[in-house]
Design a protein. Structure first.
Length: 128
């Protein structure tokens, strides 16, 4: 019985940390954050621009110089593929005509210099 109480107490202490670690997946720039390979990538969609920010372990910014990326935006029946280019610091960006409405999905393919291609899928939530 004592071992069960210790196990339950341990779980109660660990669970909040696990929940907070995943949080609501909103990044420092207000975008959606997903794990893409070994990177934490934040995606922002605005009318006419798609921008991603790449971070590594502990949130350290990863320089995108020399990186290559593409994003396929799926919004309703629309499908648009964009080529992203380094946009300074840890950002990559692309311009295009797409609808940044809630419910859109974005599939990102990212190749950092000297690293294998990784991909991730983002869902665009409704704005509050």
């Amino acid at each position: 019985m004592k071992a069960l109480k210790i196990a339950l107490l341990s779980a109660a202490l660990i669970l909040p940390a696990a929940v907070l670690a995943h949080g609501d997946k909103t990044g420092p720039n207000g975008g959606v954050v997903e794990d893409v390979g070994k990177y934490h990538v934040e995606l922002l969609m605005k009318a006419g621009e798609l921008r991603v920010y790449v971070a590594g372990a502990g949130g350290a910014k990863v320089d995108t110089k020399g990186a290559e990326a593409s994003a396929t935006v799926l919004a309703g029946r629309e499908r648009l593929t964009l080529k992203l280019a380094p946009a300074g610091g840890n950002a990559l960006a692309a311009a295009g005509k797409f609808d940044p409405r809630a419910g859109a999905k974005v599939v990102l393919s990212l190749a950092m210099p000297g690293q294998p291609v990784v991909s991730g899928r983002f869902g665009i939530p409704a704005k509050n």
